[in-house]
Design a protein around this ligand. Structure first.
Ligand code: SF4
Length: 713
């Protein structure tokens, strides 16, 4: 405690990991975080999971980059090998900031001038602040001259956002997680909240203890099942069949909300026709859930006093992810279970700021606040606002960008230069061997990050950036809540704040950017962003948020306390109604077959975060889960002749990895679950690059693999 002089100071901030947005307090001694405590935040009420409480020491890791680095001449970029973080001296040399920035910006500028703006692209990050996301997309649009800017939302909830914008006119949640306390029933689908949103899971468990029925729908039976009223362990990739059966039952048994359909919804006739053949009896054969259970759940959902749907990437990461989310919207709307406490739609956001980064415009077809780049009025407004000519051509998404990076040299649309801020596509993209080849073939790659990530390993210039505790900024959690993070530490060595780096690059690309004030002008950037997000956070000036710490948007005036529950009167669509969109039952890109008989599901685990660049360097977390594992049903382990802990190989048509077998009887026979955080057994070497046609999200939750015991030695 400060009073006891055991720490120098305490600093209030927000957990840097998942989208729950738990408020924390850093305890700092000698510019080192020595402990983290939970604060009484709206999303966490003092609670923290193991990542929030023990995952802070990555910022002090010996592998932090502390000087700018430039690739040595003649050292090839080998996309086929993994980074060796401690071994970078063979590939890079240290440089001054001026030299590195001149080279970084000069290379991008030369490619832009020689080959055109469409040959440059940028990946921002959902781990950065809103201000960093805003400035990054502005740099790409005004400095590079293209809309080729995206981030990991493309890989997590792009399909949810696409369906929500189409259906309800807003890409955000309708009500906060802890509104489950007002629900009679909650449907949790395609989500393992105990592992991925642990504090959110505690609200669900609290609600269940008070009588709320939890319906857990997922191919894997996960820990929340212990608290569930019903667990629907459906066949992988059959989400639409399952959900259409529920919708069919509601309509067939007269359980719709007629007043809601009459006054607040459109396109019901098309939905009814679309699910006409999807009786529970017909769909049971597809999804594997008994028809009687499907009918029982549909009745309970429709007749509960309030029903809420929460979903994760088990829904969104499919080539039919948009259809999956359309079904959830339809189920909620036809039963009138939206727009009131305890009922509505909540896509559980993955990263701490994926909501805010999307709001701020890290999306290739949207300016800030989801305004389309090809809308003439919007386009003209932003040209005037930023004082620069802008492209009206929607840009490339994440996977499309790396496809274009791998294109032949004579392709005029080949992506030749990239700036990557805090993302690690060399671990997170599908079909990694292809993605890494694309990154390796770039003529000029600039990476700003904390560590020598697998992506930085392929860079021409690496710029040492700041960790979350080393800067100030705002983030927006899964509940649409803006929250303030404050600087607790000075960055190590010559590492710089990302806002400073972006302004330096912009100046070298011919933009007269200078945002004055502490922490690289973060408050000034926020105030500019607030104008671009005028319909959303107009009532939240920096000073108000700084004082309050957390405010939920929409917040339209300084007297507005914020609106945790939306759609109470109308939807923000052109006609004010929710649009019901039918979805057909379709198969994934690569179902299991005789050669590759297992279905692969990739995802996260409690202790590790995404590509592992932070949590693999957090001592407690890596000690808890130190090696890559493949979770299998006991019957599959036995059939393979494997004991838990023994090594196996997992192979798809695109790659092969070796890792430890783990018994998990919640993983159904014929299925294997692999976390994607481990560079030494990168799960995305196996995944399929096919995309959802509407949202361009890959199907990380379904492809075909085969398993075998690893060869001795
Ligand atoms: Fe951090 Fe999420 Fe855990 Fe909360 S639940 S402490 S935000 S990782």
């Amino acid at each position: 405690l400060v009073g006891d002089q055991r720490v120098d100071k305490t600093v209030d901030s927000v957990c840097p990991y998942c989208g729950v947005g738990c408020l924390i307090q850093y305890q700092v001694k000698d510019n080192t975080i020595v402990a983290v405590q939970g604060r009484d935040g709206p999303a966490n009420a003092g609670r923290l999971c193991v990542k929030g409480r023990f995952g802070f020491d990555y910022v002090h890791h010996r592998q932090r980059l502390t000087k700018p680095l430039i690739r040595k001449p003649g050292v090839p970029k080998d996309g086929s090998i993994d980074a060796r973080p401690g071994d970078w001296q063979a590939v890079f040399r240290e440089a001054s900031w001026d030299e590195a920035l001149d080279l970084a910006a000069g290379g991008l500028k030369a490619l832009r001038d020689a080959h055109g703006p469409q040959t440059l692209a940028g990946f921002g990050s959902a781990k950065g602040s809103n201000e960093e996301a805003y400035l990054f997309q502005k740099l790409v649009r005004t400095g590079f001259g293209s809309n080729n800017v995206d981030h990991c939302t493309r890989l997590c909830h792009a399909s949810s956002v696409t369906a929500l914008l189409e259906g309800v006119g807003s890409g955000a949640v309708s009500n906060p997680v802890n509104d489950v306390q007002h629900a009679g029933l909650i449907l949790v689908i395609g989500s393992n909240p105990t592992a991925n949103h642990p504090v959110a899971a505690t609200w669900m468990k609290n609600a269940a203890a008070r009588g709320t029925k939890i319906v857990l729908a997922d191919p894997r039976r996960t820990e929340l099942s212990r608290h569930a009223w019903r667990t629907l362990q459906f066949q992988p990739d059959t989400d639409v069949a399952l959900l259409n059966a529920l919708i069919h039952t509601v309509i067939d048994e007269g359980l719709t909300d007629p007043a809601f359909l009459r006054d607040r919804a459109s396109n019901f006739a098309a939905l009814k026709e679309g699910v006409a053949a999807c009786s529970p009896e017909a769909m049971a054969a597809v999804c594997g859930v008994p028809a009687a259970t499907l009918r029982e759940v549909a009745r309970a959902f429709a007749t509960s006093k309030a029903s809420m749907i929460l979903w994760g990437m088990g829904v969104s990461q499919h080539v039919h992810g948009t259809d999956n989310a359309r079904c959830l919207i339809a189920l909620s709307a036809i039963t009138g279970q939206i727009g009131k406490p305890g009922s509505g739609l909540h896509p559980l956001r993955g990263q701490n700021n994926v909501q805010g980064a999307s709001d701020a415009g890290l999306i290739p077809m949207m300016f800030p606040n989801y305004q389309r780049v090809d809308n003439p009025q919007v386009h003209a407004w932003f040209e005037d606002f930023w004082g620069q000519p802008l492209s009206a051509q929607p840009g490339l998404t994440v996977v499309e960008t790396l496809h274009k990076a791998a294109a032949p040299d004579n392709d005029p649309a080949k992506v030749r230069g990239m700036l990557v801020m805090g993302e690690n596509p060399a671990m997170s993209d599908p079909d990694l061997n292809h993605a890494r080849a694309g990154l390796a073939s770039l003529q000029h790659l600039v990476v700003q990050d904390l560590f020598m990530t697998e992506t930085a390993w392929l860079a021409d210039v690496v710029l040492p950036a700041s960790g979350w505790p080393e800067k100030a900024g705002t983030v927006t959690n899964t509940d649409r809540m803006l929250q303030m993070g404050r600087r607790a530490l000075d960055a190590p060595g010559e590492a710089k704040q990302d806002l400073w780096i972006l302004q330096q690059l912009a100046q070298r690309l011919g933009l007269a950017w200078h945002y004055p004030g502490p922490d690289s002008g973060v408050a000034a950037v926020y105030e500019e962003m607030r104008q671009a997000l005028h319909g959303v956070i107009a009532g939240v000036p920096w000073a108000r948020l700084d004082a309050a710490g957390s405010i939920t948007y929409p917040c339209l005036s300084e007297a507005d306390p914020g609106q945790p529950i939306v759609f109470t009167e109308r939807f923000p669509t052109a006609d004010g109604r929710v649009k019901l969109v039918p979805a057909a039952v379709t198969a994934g890109a690569e179902p299991p077959d005789a050669d590759y008989p297992f279905a692969l599901i990739t995802g996260r685990q409690l202790e590790h975060w995404h590509t592992g660049s932070m949590t693999r360097r957090a001592e407690v977390l890596d000690a808890l889960e130190p090696v890559p594992t493949a979770s299998l049903h006991g019957s599959d382990l036995a059939a393979l002749g494997l004991q838990p802990g023994e090594l196996l190989t997992v192979e798809s048509r695109r790659g092969r990895i070796q890792l430890q077998a783990r018994r998990d009887d919640g993983t159904p026979p014929g299925t294997v679950f692999i976390p994607f955080a481990y560079a030494e057994a990168a799960a995305n070497r196996l995944t399929h690059p096919a995309l959802d046609p509407a949202a361009k999200i890959p199907g990380f939750k379904f492809c075909a693999v085969r398993l075998a015991p690893a060869a001795p030695g």
